[in-house]
Design a protein around this ligand. Structure first.
Ligand SMILES: [Zn+2]
Length: 122
């Protein structure tokens, strides 16, 4: 993965998502992976984090239906926590295009532009 930023910021994460890429971080101390930017590893607190490009495919870990939506969103819709296809334990919360169940495989299919872009899997 050639052109990943050395330090992943929210701005770069958003730019990556708009290009159909999922950027994340890998901890240099414990190899924990995250699918969104952190200042320090959420598993061990290490601050040396390497930017990585994550696969855009994964498996539904958990899902729920949103019946009462926050401002700018229209209910009802399904969101899910997706275990990305990576050896670390990077998970991402995303909007779901169609109905999915736990254990189903999904991929990044779209980006929903609200105030900030939201990944859509299906
Ligand atoms: Zn760590």
């Amino acid at each position: 993965m050639s052109d990943v930023p050395e330090t992943l910021t929210q701005k770069e994460w958003v730019a990556g998502l708009r290009d159909g890429r999922l950027l994340g971080q890998r901890c240099s101390a414990c190899d924990n992976e995250t699918a969104t930017p952190f200042a320090a590893c959420p598993a061990c607190g290490e601050r040396a984090l390497e930017t990585i490009e994550l696969p855009t495919t994964g498996t539904i870990y958990s899902e729920t239906m949103i019946a009462v939506a926050p401002t700018a969103f229209e209910a009802d819709y399904q969101i899910a926590i997706i275990d990305l296809d990576t050896p670390g334990n990077a998970r991402i919360t995303a909007r779901i295009a169609d109905d999915v169940d736990i254990g189903e495989t999904v991929e990044l299919v779209d980006v929903l532009e609200v105030t900030d872009p939201v990944p859509v899997f299906g």
